[in-house]
Design a protein around this ligand. Structure first.
Ligand code: SF4
Length: 354
């Protein structure tokens, strides 16, 4: 099995994907591909949120010109996303793409794919081959139906095609909107090939649904050591994708992204409005990037154990509660003091005193 330590390393701008490098977080701009200003402003927001690689749709000639312009001032490497027209891929490579994503199934004849491979080779950039369950070759669909086998066989074809042209600077993705299909296909691919994988559950839906599907699908793979770069696809502002991607990676201790809030579900022992308290603490944590475990617990029975495990935590009681820091009780405080003191400690640890 080619787990992330064993995959090939691919360089994208100043980033490395695969070979045990940290899992790269990426997202995709959804601003008008002809509006450089709107694109750059979205890239800037993604960058501030921690996005490391940004993909842009390049649907036509005008978009290529804009893409080239944006490449000049983007703070992160850019991936050109190309469908149907291989000439756009060639032009995007010329314009400064750090990587190109193509689906060879819709880019045309072998000769056209070969031209894209040649141009990428000359520019020294990788190509991501995006196999999508929704656009598989007809013969594979007839043979296997929409299945992991069909997706992996499609990938296999492209690997062989690239090998004919001596091109192996590749990243693969095997995406589907159904979690088990994406997971099975990516797992099977990792059993067979050393190429780094970009993971994603495509068309996952709006945040309420998409976050769950992405966490389930990506989690099933990340937990087994599969996945070198990820995108969480959500309908909406792509900045949210970045935060969710990091939260998923953080749950597997693969990346750090600010504080982790642990709060209990409450039960009959809880005598405080814990949901309100947890929301207040979560708001205080927004914008903090220091890795920190914060526990907000509802009672003095099970609360102290978890609060002790955290960097900073509280175990609430009917009249106030205990404040813990680094496993020690540092205060027994009244209800009025407990939350402000917890927040003050968090800000002090994270270096944000204002
Ligand atoms: S910490 Fe206390 S209040 Fe919270 S769920 Fe556990 S026992 Fe219940």
């Amino acid at each position: 099995m080619y787990t992330r330590e064993k995959t090939q390393t691919v360089q994208v701008g100043n980033l490395y994907i695969g070979g045990g490098h940290p899992v790269v977080v990426q997202s995709m701009v959804n601003a008008d591909p002809h509006d450089a200003e709107a694109i750059l402003s979205q890239i800037q927001r993604l960058f501030v949120a921690g996005c490391e690689l940004v993909r842009l749709a390049v649907p036509d000639r005008e978009a290529v010109a804009v893409f080239g312009q944006v490449c000049q001032s983007s703070p992160v490497p850019l991936v050109a996303d190309i469908h149907f027209d291989y000439r756009l891929a060639l032009a995007a490579i010329d314009a400064g793409a750090a990587k190109v994503r193509i689906n060879p199934g819709n880019i045309g004849s072998e000769d056209r794919v070969a031209q894209v491979l040649q141009a990428a080779k000359e520019a020294g950039i990788p190509i991501r081959i995006g196999v999508n369950s929704g656009s598989l070759p007809k013969d594979l669909l007839e043979k296997y139906g929409v299945s992991p086998q069909a997706m992996v066989e499609a990938a296999d074809r492209y690997i062989k095609l690239c090998a004919q042209y001596d091109f192996n600077n590749l990243v693969f993705s095997l995406k589907a909107s159904t979690v088990p299909l994406a997971v099975e296909a990516s797992l099977e691919f990792a059993r067979r090939y050393p190429f780094p994988q970009h993971l994603g559950i495509t068309e996952a839906g709006p945040p309420e649904v998409g976050i769950i599907k992405s966490a389930a699908g990506l989690g099933a793979l990340l937990g087994q050591g599969i996945g070198d770069t990820i995108r969480v696809s959500l309908t909406g502002d792509p900045v949210q994708e970045v935060e969710v991607a990091y939260r998923i990676l953080q749950a597997f201790n693969l990346r750090e992204y600010g504080p982790q809030l642990v709060s209990c579900p409450t039960c009959g022992r809880c005598q405080v409005p814990l949901a309100e308290i947890a929301t207040e603490v979560a708001q205080a944590l927004q914008g903090i990037r220091t890795p920190l475990k914060v526990a907000v617990m509802g009672c003095a029975v099970n609360g102290p154990g978890e609060a002790r495990e955290a960097d900073i935590g509280i175990a609430c009681g009917p009249d106030g509660g205990l404040l813990f820091k680094n496993g020690e009780i540092i205060g027994k405080l009244s209800r009025d003091q407990l939350i402000p003191q917890l927040i003050a400690e968090i800000k002090q640890i994270s270096g944000r005193n204002s």
